[in-house]
Ligand binder design. Structure first.
Ligand SMILES: NC(=O)c1ccc[n+]([C@@H]2O[C@H](COP(=O)([O-])OP(=O)(O)OC[C@H]3O[C@@H](n4cnc5c(N)ncnc54)[C@H](OP(=O)(O)O)[C@@H]3O)[C@@H](O)[C@H]2O)c1
Length: 324
């Protein structure tokens, strides 16, 4: 019998229920996958609490995983039983087996492990679009990355450094500061102990930043806007500390004609061509050694509640996976 972690009612980590599930035969355009590794993401906590609304209850948590195709439905071309695949897609990721649309899958290069893929499909592709599409990072630019030692954070610091940026990161502890520094962060700020806006002013000698990547949300707003130079870009891509409050658009004008955006990965990979191009670029960066995949924690799938507790209490660093 397949196993999955389901949410019957939204709430704390205790609502994550490990149970038997029926996995149907794949329908038209679908494949069945035996999953090898599932990604743990902050977005999983938003669906679990109800901050983001799941289409129905109960639902299987999780938005990212890797595994092997074991069955294909009618009309599927390009995928066969035995293919190693990975995806980021809707809900349903925390499972030992699942059925899903084939057109959301990518095939894994031999050099990419299931574990790496279960971290790269959501977090790696997010970092790819943030640094290459939302705002194109260029050599010499001052780039501020909040929660720099997190799953997104460590990948973003490495990639921004590889693009030649002057990378400034904020973190919640000294241990996290060391990690960020080892992953491409030129300057690390302990934002629980110091005023990060003042630190950014000092580090940049008043020049401030070209872009701020902010997945922390409420706690770093509006400080993030104050870290930007005129015409700078505020990229608010998450709410780890709570949602950014509504603000007047005049705040952007007052600080120097700033730009602000609230992007989400799905919009950047909605077309299959964009998904495949971004995945190719990302896998190539890992295979060439320019991007290290920071998997720091592995949990059994049945321990998903503990994984959520650790993530929400800021006890994790880098990326975490769940093993079915
Ligand atoms: N828009 C998109 O396309 C997209 C895609 C993927 C992820 N995201 C967002 O990216 C962010 C990072 O995701 P992730 O999965 O890589 O998580 P993560 O960064 O590994 O974990 C979140 C980190 O946020 C920091 N944080 C600050 N205040 C916090 C608070 N009150 N509670 C909990 N954590 C707090 C903590 O680091 P410190 O202790 O160092 O402060 C914590 O480790 C999330 O906001 C997520 O929603 C957005």
């Amino acid at each position: 019998m397949a196993k999955a972690v389901r949410v019957h009612q939204t709430g704390g980590p205790e609502v994550l229920t490990y149970e038997d599930v029926e996995v149907p035969a794949p329908g038209k355009g679908e494949v069945r996958i035996r999953q090898r590794a599932c990604g743990l993401n902050f977005i999983d906590t938003y669906f679990r609490t109800g901050l983001y609304k799941a289409p129905s209850l109960p639902f299987i948590a999780g938005n990212e995983a890797s595994g092997d195709v074991i069955d294909v439905g009618p009309g599927v071309t390009g995928f066969h039983p035995g293919d190693r695949v990975a995806y980021t897609f809707g809900l349903g990721g925390y499972a030992s087996e699942r059925v899903m649309p084939a057109d959301r899958l990518v095939k894994l290069p031999d050099m990419i492990t299931y574990e790496q893929a279960a971290v790269l499909m959501l977090k790696g592709l997010t970092v790819h679009y943030l640094l290459h599409k939302t705002f194109k990072v260029e050599p010499g630019q001052n780039v501020l990355i909040h929660a720099a030692a997190g799953g997104i954070g460590l990948l973003a610091c490495q990639w921004a450094k590889a693009l030649g940026a002057n990378v400034i990161g904020t973190v919640g502890s000294r241990e996290k500061a060391d990690l960020a520094a080892h992953n491409g962060c030129d300057h690390v700020i302990l934002y629980n102990e110091t005023d990060f806006v003042a630190e950014v002013k000092k580090i940049t000698r008043g020049d401030l930043c070209n872009v701020v990547y902010d997945g922390v949300g409420k706690a770093t707003f509006p400080g993030s806007l104050d870290c930007l130079r005129p015409l700078g870009m505020f990229v608010s891509f998450g709410n780890a500390s709570g949602v950014v409050p509504p603000f007047s658009i005049g705040e952007l004008q007052r600080r120097g004609s700033l730009f602000a955006t609230r992007p989400t990965l799905n919009d950047y990979i909605a077309k299959r061509r964009d998904l495949l191009e971004a995945a190719d670029t990302m896998f190539a960066a890992v295979i060439s050694g320019s991007l290290q995949v920071p998997i720091h924690h592995a949990y059994a799938l049945k321990d998903a509640a503990k994984a959520h507790r650790d993530l929400e209490s800021r006890a994790t660093t880098g990326a975490s996976i769940l093993k079915p």
